[in-house]
Design a protein around this ligand. Sequence first.
Ligand code: APR
Length: 319
Amino acid sequence: MKKKISLIGAGQIGGTLAHLIALKELADVVLFDVAEGIAKGKALDIAQSSSVEGFNINISGTNNYEDTKDSDVIIITAGVPRKAGMTRDDLLGINLKIIKQVADGIKNTSPNAFVICITNPLDVIVMALQKYSGLPKNMVVGMAGILDTSRFKYFLSQELNISVKKIESLVLGGHGDTMVSMLNHTKVDGKLVLDLIKEGKLKKESLDRIVQRTKSGGAEIVKLLEKGSAFYAPAASGVEMAESYLKDLKKQLPCAAHLKGEYGVNNLYLGVPVIIGKNGIEKIVTIDLNDIEKKNLEHSISAVKELFDAAKKIDSFLG
Ligand code: APR
């Protein structure tokens, strides 16, 4: 039987998600937005490409949660993107209100869905979404690490003039300025990136620059676009998570997941490697960290905690 994916938010990322899902024939798609015309218009536009592209799925737009009923997957991008000069954290107040509405809309209509949140500030918004909706923690997850890792790999591939396919890496922690590129888990063609520095094949300054550029990878795009934030790479990353769930691929992917003791973190969402399969987050993968990685991750954990404290001040329900 065909699967159903509902996309809550039919803006830049929502529209791109719909297009990618259609091209992959991953599932039927319902685009939901408070701006009904945008959801319907994008659905119709994508549907009209089906005879050219040769895909066979149903796609529709709506502003009624009933139409998203019994979704297998829900991907949330409802919210406001940042403008130039803003950090993701600046979006907290407004996107918290929006995510509460979304949680109310999906919790009774799709209680069994695998829910992927993309709305920023990611780690805190996905934590709030889980609390507001009451949906199981292994079924509510945030998209960030795949995107951050993909940016890091791309910059490294450009610097070393090597295919991204030959680079393995992980960017973990919060999806903000404190995200951590795990250099001791970064390999180029099977060799540790830190060894490339020792061998003089990569300058330490270049690697530092790439780590920094990854942290501000989203802001770089916000500045260039002048209007809105990144959407192609975020959408591709969200689809990878949905696909691993729907096809039970059990891929190991860096995602914002609920931790209960792992990495020394209790009751907080944070970007860590997880296994996604038919049961949602099937496993939190713990990797060995060296002292620098550990210190950087701790810094990131503090930043996420601090922002969650700010969220609790906005809405005491989250406390
Ligand atoms: N319910 C449903 N949809 C909503 C709601 C709501 N309560 N409030 C706003 N929206 C819709 C808007 O109408 C808009 O179409 O969310 C959509 C957001 O789309 P864009 O503004 O194009 O933003 P986008 O680039 O897709 O990013 C969405 O993801 O990466 C994050 O920081 C980004 O938080 C932002 C989110």
